[in-house]
Design a protein around this ligand. Structure first.
Ligand SMILES: O=c1ccn([C@@H]2O[C@H](COP(=O)(O)OP(=O)(O)O[C@H]3OC[C@H](O)[C@H](O)[C@H]3O)[C@@H](O)[C@H]2O)c(=O)[nH]1
Ligand SMILES: [Mn+2]
Length: 367
């Protein structure tokens, strides 16, 4: 077979089915390092902060960029649900994308290397995570049983057809569940909260764990938005990064809020959430003392929010993500509204998000 000249680039996996969403307040020089892995994908850049500032994007990338004026123009009064001066603004990119998958990354995250020194193609690994099944109903001690060189360990049930897990869809444990979220990790600066960053300012994560695992059903986790991919068509309506930043009493919990809501809904729908590979190199750009000031309320509120999400059971009548999400917003208002009036505003933001999602993503009847 004729040798392809080395100049011919391999076609990127699912290049027309995935958008890369980047929230930013700075020039995007970091894309230069990602060029081999990103340049065949369409980018959606959400510019936060001063809309009159020009964000420079290196030549050769296919992108659309939205600033606050665009968000206000497109969403009108619904723009109130999108954070300003917080990385949570990235969810606007999820809203306007038309692709099946989303990969979102922060602009201080760079290409990491695996222990062999090979550069990690984070997008490709996330896609592999998303297109292979999950095992939320029984923890596999060899981690991902669908990975080459691994399988289900002894005792893992074969034919348990537990329709309740997936709303009546036939389900076999050994075929696994649909994967809807792939949560990547970070070398260098780990995603620590402000108090931990202050106590351990020099701590870096140098531990490369060669594993991808499904987060068990019924277990919550801290979803970090800096290296994250998901099936937008399935779980997109639940990926609202909560209203934080300017004018709000909290910031930096946007992604975790989305993660708690998403996980409760995935457990209800019988879908899987994976965490582990791929790694990126996180060269932290924010100030830990600033973070403490901005994220202070969150440190207290999380102690009540997490038990709330652990207690949630969604009614079986909720068979779509939107229905689950609206039900969740009612519970947030009822149960967390007594913690602080902010949660009433956040619950309203969840409803506005759902309306915005419907408006931008549902083809009008008769079309
Ligand atoms: O007001 C802002 C501030 C930043 N961004 C963009 O968001 C990305 C994250 O910014 P940064 O790296 O400065 O924040 P971190 O302290 O590292 O925390 C982030 O990482 C973990 C999670 O993603 C968390 O939610 C983030 O806060 C970066 O692309 C900035 O340009 C912004 O859009 N608006
Ligand atoms: Mn960062």
């Amino acid at each position: 077979m004729e040798q392809q000249p080395s100049s011919v680039k391999p076609i990127a996996m699912l290049k027309d089915e995935l958008d890369i969403v980047i929230p930013t307040v700075r020039d995007l020089d970091f894309l230069e390092m990602w060029r081999p892995f990103f340049e065949q994908y369409h980018l959606i850049i959400v510019q936060d902060g001063d809309p009159s500032k020009t964000i420079k994007v290196p030549e050769g990338f296919d992108y659309e960029m939205y600033n606050r004026n665009d968000i206000n123009r497109i969403l009108g009064d619904k723009a109130s649900c999108i954070s300003f001066q917080d990385s949570g603004c990235r969810c606007f990119g999820f809203l306007v994308s038309k692709k099946k998958y989303i990969y979102t990354i922060d602009d201080d995250c760079f290409v990491a290397k695996d222990p062999s020194g090979k550069e990690i193609n984070a997008v490709e690994q996330h896609i592999k995570n998303l297109i292979s099944p999950s095992t939320p109903h029984y923890f596999n001690t060899l981690y991902d049983p669908f990975r080459d060189g691994a399988d289900f360990t002894r005792g893992n049930p074969f034919g348990m057809h537990d329709a309740e897990f997936t709303h009546g869809n036939p389900f076999s444990m050994r075929e696994g569940a649909k994967t809807v979220v792939s949560h990547g990790l970070w070398l260098n600066f780990p995603d620590y909260d402000a108090p931990t960053q202050i106590v351990k300012p020099l701590e870096r994560n140098n531990r490369y764990v060669d594993a991808v695992m499904t987060i068990p059903k019924g277990t919550l986790f801290s979803m970090c938005g800096m290296n994250l991919a998901f099936d937008r068509e399935l779980i997109g309506p639940a990926m609202y990064f909560g209203l934080m930043g300017d004018g709000q009493p909290i910031t930096g919990y946007d992604d975790m809020w989305a993660g708690w809501c998403m996980k409760v809904i995935c457990d209800h729908m019988g879908w899987g959430v994976k965490t582990g590979l791929p790694y990126i190199d996180h060269k932290k750009a924010s100030n830990r003392f600033e973070n403490l000031k901005k994220k202070f309320n969150g440190i207290f509120w999380q102690e009540q929010a997490v038990p709330f999400f652990q207690s949630v059971t969604l009614p079986k009548e909720c068979t779509t993500v939107q229905q689950c999400y609206l039900e969740l917003s009612k519970l947030v208002k009822k149960k967390l509204g007594t913690v602080d009036p902010y949660f009433i505003k956040l619950a309203d933001g969840m409803v506005t998000w759902t309306e915005a999602w419907e408006e931008l993503n549902t083809t009008p009847k008769g079309n």
